[in-house]
Design a protein around this ligand. Structure first.
Ligand SMILES: Nc1ncnc2c1ncn2[C@@H]1O[C@H](COP(=O)(O)OP(=O)(O)OP(=O)(O)O)[C@@H](O)[C@H]1O
Length: 265
């Protein structure tokens, strides 16, 4: 029997800025319908990884295969067409200030030419799914941080993507609102079988929303485990990260140097 094809397969992905190597031959497979979370220290390259996958940054080398097809090798219009399958929740929400909540939520649908009435009605449906009622005509400035994050999540899934990327879905939220977001992500995953790739350093969130957890460290995926192995896995780097210890095999000196340089500037 043939082995199942990963929904997303990252092969030998490398990216540097000047002399600074950020990603160094990253390999990662995400199977259809699975939720994988990449964890790693601040500055380890998690956002750069997602930006490379989304085509927002050009990697120096490597492949990103979706259902076996190399998206990086496609002409731009083909890439844009494929991106209809993708939803992205940005860390800072990235809502457009000048658009109403419903226009933000249905942005992808409106760009695809869906008529306004249908788009608004779908936006209201998804807003209700994230627990928000009667806010479709508000503007982002009127929303609390937790509401804005839920609006961002509604926008991510409004066009029914089957692949979703989540950049720090709980950052900046109080613990209760973070729990609400985590539950919504779990529901999205269970109800629709969406393939999810998240990046976070919130370990509670990672444990809750993931089938698999991958540690990005020193430029590559150092270890990948099932989420239920998080407490028992004895890999020294993984333990250091989970337990939040400055001392250990993860080399923090380059970050220390960056902080020193920033202070001196
Ligand atoms: N466009 C860019 N030009 C130059 N350097 C960049 C650029 N984008 C990211 N970097 C550098 O790449 C490194 C990794 O950044 P990245 O944002 O991916 O980290 P991260 O793991 O997502 O961190 P955090 O958890 O704090 O969000 C950082 O040192 C950052 O300064």
């Amino acid at each position: 029997m043939n082995a199942p094809i990963p929904r997303i397969s990252i092969r030998g992905l490398s990216k540097r800025f000047g002399h600074k190597v950020i990603l160094d031959h990253v390999d990662l497979d995400i199977m259809p319908g699975k939720s994988t979370t990449v964890i790693g220290m601040s500055g380890s390259g998690k956002s750069v990884l997602i930006k490379c996958i989304l085509g927002l940054l050009k990697p120096d080398s490597g492949e990103i295969l979706v259902d076996g097809e190399n998206w990086l090798g496609l002409p731009e219009h083909e890439q844009l067409h494929r991106m209809r399958r993708v939803g992205m929740l940005f860390q800072a929400g990235a809502l457009f200030d000048s658009l109403s909540v419903w226009e933000n939520v249905s942005f992808a649908l409106l760009r695809q030419g869906v008529d306004k009435k249908t788009a608004k009605s779908r936006a209201i449906e998804v807003l209700e799914w994230v627990g928000l009622h009667d806010i479709e005509d508000k503007v982002p400035a009127e929303l609390s941080g937790g509401m804005a994050k839920r609006v961002g999540l509604a926008r991510t899934i409004c066009h029914k993507p089957d692949i979703v990327f989540l950049d720090e879905p709980t950052t900046g939220l109080d613990p209760i609102m973070a729990d609400v977001i985590n539950h919504l992500i779990v529901r999205l995953h269970k109800d629709s079988g969406t393939t999810i790739l998240s990046i976070t350093h919130d370990m509670k969130s990672a444990a809750m929303i993931s089938d698999h957890i991958a540690l990005l460290c020193h430029g590559s995926i150092h270890r990948q485990i099932a989420a239920h192995e998080l407490e028992s896995d004895q890999d020294p780097m993984l333990r250091q990260f989970i337990e939040g210890r400055a001392e250990g095999p993860i080399n923090c000196s380059s970050w220390g140097k960056q902080i020193e340089e920033a202070i001196q500037r």
